[in-house]
Design a protein. Structure first.
Length: 107
């Protein structure tokens, strides 16, 4: 069992070949992989295309998500980050995107 950092997932989804992504690829079907909910948010917020976002979200949600915040807040944060970025707003912190949008535009 191991926890995969967001930088490895980002490289993996971007098709980067490295010792880390090769190791992850080799272990995907063999090991019990954990995804931290903060890592989930960090990875998902980078997707600009909705279809790619959905594919990555579905792929990552197959693994056990370990709570650092909550999976719901992590996904919402990524969606909010993407929405704010599309409107030209730069968000510097991962979870700040969810909090900023919730504060100014309650859902």
């Amino acid at each position: 069992m191991f926890l995969v950092d967001s930088t490895i997932w980002i490289e993996y989804f971007n098709g980067v070949c490295s010792p880390h992504t090769d190791y992850l690829d080799a272990r995907l079907s063999k090991d019990f992989i954990l995804v931290g909910d903060l890592m989930l948010a960090e990875v998902l917020q980078g997707f600009r295309n909705d279809a790619d976002f959905a594919k990555a979200r579905d792929a990552l949600m197959r693994f056990r998500i370990v709570q650092m915040v909550t999976p719901k807040l992590a996904v919402q944060s990524a969606q909010n980050f993407r929405l704010l970025r599309s409107k030209g707003v730069t968000v510097r912190k991962t979870i700040a995107g969810a909090q900023l949008l919730r504060t100014h535009h309650p859902v």
